[in-house]
Design a protein. Structure first.
Length: 164
């Protein structure tokens, strides 16, 4: 049986990963899994810092990996709105698709910091509940850890540059 394709994203905070994940999931009739939605539902009002995010994200990932592998093995495409912004995060995605030999695509949204910060500012207005974490200070803190994907990592990468 043909396995589903795993699509996942890399890009700085505010680059448009969530918007693009929704577009691709709809276009491909794929299952969309959003880390923010799962974390918000399972750990409501618990994430107020990068440390909180790392703690709760780590708790979610083992079960999420099993779920995604099961859906892919059933032949359904999965779009994961989870960050693939560090080598360690991308290696987690690699373990998901490689262990079951499923195809994948890494979508890298390459935007300048100024565009990301503008989009974060708009998101703060549209989603006031994110105002506490969608700040320039949080952007700076998270961007320090961002590592753009490189060809030598061996992913099937699609690059979206400029304005999305």
């Amino acid at each position: 049986m043909k396995k589903g394709t795993l699509t996942f994203f890399s890009g700085k905070m505010g680059a448009g990963k969530t918007t693009k994940s929704r577009e691709i999931a709809q276009k491909q009739n794929a299952v969309l899994i959003s880390e923010d939605e799962w974390l918000g539902a399972i750990y409501p009002n618990s994430i107020e810092s990068l440390e909180d995010y790392m703690k709760y994200s780590a708790r979610l990932k083992p079960q999420m990996k099993k779920l995604v592998q099961s859906v892919l093995a059933a032949g359904t495409d999965v779009v994961m709105d989870f960050p693939a912004n560090t080598i360690a995060q991308r290696n987690w995605f690699r373990s998901i698709f490689s262990e079951i030999q499923a195809p994948h695509e890494l979508v890298y949204i390459d935007l300048p910091n100024s565009v990301c910060l503008d989009q974060i500012g708009k998101r703060r207005i549209e989603q006031p509940e994110r105002a506490a974490t969608d700040t320039e200070a949080m952007f700076d803190q998270i961007t320090k850890h961002f590592v753009a994907p490189t060809p030598d990592e061996g992913f099937n990468t699609k690059v979206i540059a400029g304005n999305v």
